[in-house]
Design a protein around this ligand. Structure first.
Ligand code: FAD
Length: 392
């Protein structure tokens, strides 16, 4: 956004509570790599220039990339400046920070979609002695006590952490709710390549039948690894991870799981195959067929005959809540939040003149919450912002 505002000669400042790329410096586990390939992190006027376009950045590489971008565009970032409140004022907004106040006519909220781990209330029923950890607190398996681990949530975060902990020798049981299965490679190409090329990631928010639902779809079960390996439930089962249904409750030291695991997995297989069908149709229609491997399908998700419905938590030493994240708007004192605390906006144009938001799930496009989605959204929203300023 800073780059797009600069292009339009709009005077601005970027306030950051930590250092540039703070979330990558402070909120990620050690082994994380981007699940998007290197070529896919495209920012306005800036892209990947290394010799491994199909690789996946480590966290230090992501930090270096964002840092280098901030310097390349001379972004006017004021680091170490935490915004403590944003309020409406006569001529725009009053932004209070721990380093003094700012008055401005417009504000772009780019504080991220993943500030707070969304831990279900059932955490309060965990027996004493079990360590609860969020993905923001988790760094590596060495920090866990020896013994069983329950990982709750089987999207990108849960599957990656479950695999790593299982490999460390601690037996993992994974509670699986709604999830989106995806192969790392399909027909010899990265699944992200297909979704990018076929336009899936560019699908717009105003073309969706149910954008609320589309915004709640969990992340793809993907991981970035040098082997470009698929990390679906079959891969986890092969490693020895045990699958259970959605965590439904905890009482008297026993966890209860939903009995719908088989149905959830069948639904996820179905949706994956629909995506692969769409990819095949696009490849056939666009002359790509001859350049890639022939279409094929993956084995259905294997679910044991009687997945566990209960688990005696005496066998568990750690619970990892990989149940998603939500934004933090505790400092936003403008009446733009709905009953559930979500910000009301139309493709990033917030329901208060001169206020904008970026980086949220499916904000304007399916890719909006990816690094690669920021550029197009910033171009659109900076255009709206410029028109708003000109009209005042
Ligand atoms: C575990 C995980 C893995 C991910 N993997 C990928 C991936 O593989 N590929 C991909 O493209 N995307 C990935 N993402 C999404 C990724 O976070 C975004 O693409 C990208 O970081 C979003 O950038 P952002 O600037 O919108 O938000 P953030 O990176 O969250 O940045 C928000 C910034 O705002 C600052 N901030 C927040 N509140 C305040 C305040 N009150 N005052 C001042 N500053 C504040 C924060 O310190 C932070 O630096 C992942 C996200 C998570 C959580």
């Amino acid at each position: 956004m800073s780059r797009c505002l600069a292009e339009r000669a709009i005077d601005h400042v970027v306030l950051e509570r930590g250092a540039v790329a703070n979330s990558w410096r402070t909120e990620r586990w050690d082994s994380l790599r981007l699940l998007t390939p290197n070529w896919q992190s495209r920012l306005p006027g800036f892209g990947y220039d290394g010799d491994d376009p199909d690789g996946y950045r480590t966290v230090p590489e992501v930090i270096e990339f964002i840092d280098r971008y901030a310097r390349a565009i001379s972004a006017p970032v004021q680091t170490g400046t935490a915004v403590t409140s944003v309020r409406g004022a006569d001529d725009g907004y009053l932004v209070a920070t721990d380093q003094g106040d700012w008055s401005c006519r417009t504000v772009v909220l780019a504080t991220g979609a993943c500030n707070i781990p969304d831990v279900p209330a059932v955490v309060a029923s965990l027996p004493p002695g079990i360590v609860p950890l969020t993905p923001m607190q988790y760094r590596n398996p060495r920090q866990l006590p020896e013994g069983g681990v329950l990982v709750v949530g089987a999207s990108a975060t849960g599957t990656q952490i479950a695999a790593e902990i299982q490999r460390s020798g601690r037996p993992v049981i994974l509670a699986v709710g709604e999830h989106i299965r995806a192969p790392r490679l399909y027909r010899g190409r990265d699944i992200q390549w297909w979704m990018d090329a076929a336009g899936v990631l560019d699908e717009r928010y105003d073309a969706m039948d149910d954008i609320d639902r589309a915004r709640r779809v969990p992340s793809l079960q993907l991981t970035g690894s040098p082997e470009r390996a698929t990390l679906d439930l079959n891969a986890l089962t092969a490693m020895g991870v045990r699958l259970a249904g959605r965590l439904a409750g905890i009482s008297n030291g026993t966890a209860q799981f939903s009995g719908a695991l088989r149905n959830l997995c069948a639904l996820s297989d179905l949706k994956m195959n629909r995506l692969l069908d769409a990819i095949d149709a696009w490849a056939a229609a666009n002359g790509v067929d001859g350049t890639v491997e022939p279409p094929h399908r993956f084995a259905p998700t294997a679910v044991e005959d009687s997945p566990p419905l209960t688990l005696d938590l005496a066998r568990i030493r750690t619970v990892i809540w990989a149940t998603g994240f939500r934004p933090d708007y505790s400092w936003l004192h403008v009446p733009v939040l709905d009953r559930k605390g979500r910000i009301r906006h139309d493709g990033g144009v917030v329901a208060s003149p001169g206020l904008y938001v970026m980086g949220l799930q499916f904000l304007r496009r399916r890719k909006s919450a990816l690094i690669d989605g920021a550029g197009d959204d910033a171009r659109d929203l900076s255009g709206h912002l410029a028109t708003y300023l000109a009209g005042r």
